[in-house]
Design a protein. Sequence first.
Length: 381
Amino acid sequence: MNTNRVSGIIDNLNCHGDLNDLIAHRPLAMLPFDCKYRLLDFQLSNVINANIQALFLLMNQDDMQSVFDHINGGKEWGLDSLRNKFIMHFNKKNQEGEYEQGFISHIVDYLRKSSSEITVIMGSKMLCNIDLKAIIKIHKHSNRDMTVVYKRVTSENISCDNLLIDLQSDGNISLSDNCKEKLEPNEKYNLCMDIFIVRTEWLIKVLENYDEKAESIIKILREKINTISCMNYEYTGYLSNIYDIQSYYRANMDMLKSSKFNSLLYSNQKIYTKLANEVPTYYAQNSIVNNSHFASGSIVDGTVVDSLIARRCKISESAIIEQSIIMASANIKKNAYIKNAILDKNVIVDEGVRIIGADTNPIIIKKDSHVKNDIVNRRNL
């Protein structure tokens, strides 16, 4: 065992959330964010910024195509170097359509071969830019079995499948009641970020002795919190818990606020993503742009206000986009009006069409849709 070596596991099994059509053709981890990123980019970057040289990426079999399209060989994150060990495992379905349990043996094999002293486990629903180096250092000097990372948040950042924790006077952790209906809107709660730091030998023993049906590594570790000696670590940076349409929309809109944008994307740690060698976005002389983000390769002839526009979009003359998320390769034709909406990839909006949602309930337009008629949330008129 190498006492300076750390291994990582990014667990995306059964990680869905209530995101409807947005995750019909991609896993939650592959959702676009702030024009050019994917949610998975943040966890991959967190791992690489901590100099973790062995990484096991655990996904469902249905997620294979979109993950390979984005990560490919992992060059952007330095995962293709000789000193790094990068494994992607896609969990298969059996004849009954249920995911198999064989992933545990694969993880145990990976951990043994990693020769690491410490292992970091995390999911992709918690959007953050976290200094794992500091937490690993603290955990090494403790005598605890596991370190659990948490953040104090209000109820709007908590979903029914999240874990809330209570901090004990002796430094241990206990589980808290997570009934959404009982949470006070103005109170803050300790949200487990599903980031765990453990000793590798301990994790191997836990997985080898686990004889129940395992949904994911994260859920196995959650079950251990009440039965072992845990240390807590409070994260104080920007966090967004992506669990439904509103939380996803809110997280993207947060990036239009400079303080939150700088906290997530311009801290001491860089966020890496897949590079696209394209021309810069072109802004016509008659275009109007206010407080918006753009990726490369777009053409803007219309008006864009408080919105996020991904790569290769065309916004025609007199078209207006407000408080919306437009994903890659959209074509917004003349005089179209879009407000409080999320348009997936390759969407065409015909001339003069109105798409109007509410900030608490944005309208979702499916991938490859051609919108020919108005789609309006009447409550917002």
